[in-house]
Design a protein around this ligand. Sequence first.
Ligand SMILES: CC(C)(COP(=O)(O)OP(=O)(O)OC[C@H]1O[C@@H](n2cnc3c(N)ncnc32)[C@H](O)[C@@H]1OP(=O)(O)O)[C@@H](O)C(=O)NCCC(=O)NCCS
Length: 136
Amino acid sequence: MYFEDPGRLAKTLVIELDGLVIGDLMLAVEDAWSQSEVAAQARGVQAELGWCLDPGYGGRGYATEGVRALMRICFEDLGLRRVTANTFADNEPSWRLMERVGMRRELHTVRESLHRSGEWLDGLGYALLADEWRQA
Ligand SMILES: CC(C)(COP(=O)(O)OP(=O)(O)OC[C@H]1O[C@@H](n2cnc3c(N)ncnc32)[C@H](O)[C@@H]1OP(=O)(O)O)[C@@H](O)C(=O)NCCC(=O)NCCS
């Protein structure tokens, strides 16, 4: 099963409310793009984030609270320099969440993301740097 895959579990945190799991978060540490001479300095310096909330608990700020906590882990505990997140352009609740937590829109890709319907959709990419997070 998807959630039993050890690779996936290693990147997963859960959002818990009164002992009940109401959502999950992804934290995937990755290398930044770099030129080969400096590749060692770019290793494991950033993370891609993701999230999913039980719709029954939507609209109350729980996902926002979870993602804020995730960003604190990235910047304070792990000392990362940048976080990123991607979404289909028409997934407004997700990109609104990215903007609510202070992320900056950096990319609008054109028909590069494949939806389970089989349709290729536009995507949006957001990011935030550690120094921007500290200033905010
Ligand atoms: C993306 C997703 C997590 C957003 O869910 P959400 O309910 O909008 O997010 P939150 O729990 O943070 O709630 C935020 C909403 O509650 C409102 N809210 C109420 N109290 C709040 C509080 N104390 N703090 C923050 N927001 C609050 C906000 O105004 C916002 O509503 P709005 O967008 O109408 O302004 C959810 O739609 C989801 O799981 N989608 C399916 C999976 C998915 O698409 N994942 C992303 C793939 S890239």
